[in-house]
Design a protein around this ligand. Structure first.
Ligand SMILES: [Ca+2]
Length: 427
């Protein structure tokens, strides 16, 4: 190997260490109301042209990549909410109320910021000059097209306040804040589905899986080492070992989407979880792609397990929401499993199932080895009596694995163009 590749490797390692450290500190779901107590920071105004965090807006560590324009006629228009907060001035020079349309996360951050502004400058209010853009006034890929970005000022339009206004926006939970112009501050947020994980993720305690031997078991009793019904890469129904839980919180209560199929299956999962779907009835496994549950529509097809050990399509007949307890996300060797009889991915928050599965390759290998040498006894016991046992692998902190996933994705998509060749193979 020549010197250049070694230098490249060293640089990559340094970047990896920095990224990982940063992610470890920031965790997976920063934002309004997330987990820990808000940190007390000194309010230092942002400098003109400064942005926080100091990475590009579309980096996963900031607001993430653009996901495509939302128009009034698109299905995703339902993802936008209207902000009628009386404490915020909306410029609405378009006279269409477009400045009031935004993603839920953007609205939450904005409402929080409006309170901070009134506290900071009594008599002054937050003013929005631009939010959702339906008139193509921004460059391609702008988050304004998805209602994930706002341009803000104060109601008195005192430009001397804008540096501090930007810092208040950072405190309010915006994922990327840019003192972009002398006349406004630009703020943006992650996509809603990518932060749904802040309330925990994936499947409720009542989600049922089939373990080897044909026994049905609720998520709450599933343990690492159990072999659950899943799909092989060829689309064969197989039993796949649970290696660990990417998310696990038995005490939490969350809102789950309930997807009901024409065959009477009722799958409960969080909106940010990946599920294999097709918009029309496709007979083959490979014709199904992984997408967020929030994007599944009535009439779409999912794959269900048949009694004869096969897998077949079934149409979604209704979608509703329900609050349930517990959040569980088992990672299997195959990266997927049947929950409530419906085939779903083991992954959430990252849109790309195959990239996520690839990124977790080393971890799957490691935990597979650990179970091979240490877990057989507990697995056997588990299969025999179906009682609660502890698998070979400890239930490690959620944040660790989510950070690990983001870390790998960052490396692949931002720092290593060669590895990013793997990315297009998704879906
Ligand atoms: Ca406007």
């Amino acid at each position: 190997m020549t010197l250049a590749p070694w230098l490249r490797l060293a640089r990559l390692g340094l970047l990896a260490a920095c990224t990982y450290t940063w992610l470890w500190v920031h965790g997976c779901g920063p934002g309004p109301g997330y987990g820990s107590r808000p940190r007390q920071r000194k309010l230092t105004p942002l400098a003109y042209k400064q942005y926080v965090p100091g990475i590009s807006e579309n980096n996963l560590g900031a607001s993430g990549r653009a996901e495509g324009k939302i128009t009034r006629n698109s299905e995703r228009f339902n993802e936008l909410v209207c902000n009628y907060n009386p404490d915020i001035d909306f410029k609405d020079e378009e006279h269409t109320e477009a400045d009031r349309f935004m993603s839920k996360r953007c609205k939450d951050c904005l409402n929080k910021l409006s309170i901070a502004v009134m506290n900071q400058w009594p008599g002054v209010r937050l003013r929005v000059t631009e939010a959702w853009d339906e008139d193509d006034n921004h460059p391609p890929g702008s988050l304004h097209y998805e209602g994930r970005a706002v341009d803000i000022t104060t109601s008195d339009r005192d430009i001397k306040k804008y540096g501090l206004l930007a810092q208040l926006a950072v405190e309010a939970g915006f994922d990327w804040v840019y003192y972009e112009s002398k006349h406004h501050v630009h703020c943006s947020v992650k996509a809603d589905h990518s932060v749904a994980v802040e309330k925990g993720g994936c499947f409720p305690a009542s989600g049922m899986v089939m373990v080897s031997g044909g026994l049905l078991k609720p998520m709450s009793r599933l343990r690492p080492g159990d072999a659950v019904l899943a799909s092989s890469e060829l689309g064969d129904v197989v039993f796949s070992r649970v290696l660990l839980f990417l998310h696990l919180d038995p005490e939490s209560r969350s809102t789950f989407l309930i997807l009901s199929t024409e065959d009477g299956r009722c799958l409960a999962l969080t909106s940010n979880h990946l599920i294999f779907v097709a918009s029309t009835n496709k007979p083959h496994y490979h014709e199904y792609y992984a997408d967020f549950a929030s994007r599944v529509r009535r009439g779409d097809y999912v794959l269900i397990s048949g009694r004869d050990g096969s897998m077949r399509p079934s149409k979604i007949t209704s979608i509703s929401q329900e609050e349930r307890s517990g959040v569980y996300a088992p990672l299997t060797e195959h990266g997927n499993l049947f929950v409530d009889g419906v085939l779903v991915s083991s992954y959430a928050s990252i849109e790309d199932h195959r990239l996520a599965h690839w990124a977790f390759g080393p971890l799957r290998f490691l935990f597979g080895l650990v179970q091979l040498f240490m877990g057989e006894n507990s697995e056997t016991a588990n299969q025999e009596n179906g009682t609660r046992v502890h698998g070979a692998c400890p239930l490690l902190p959620v944040k660790f694995f989510h950070s690990l996933l983001i870390f790998w994705i960052c490396l692949v998509t931002h720092f290593c163009p060669i590895l990013s060749l793997f990315s297009p193979m998704a879906n």
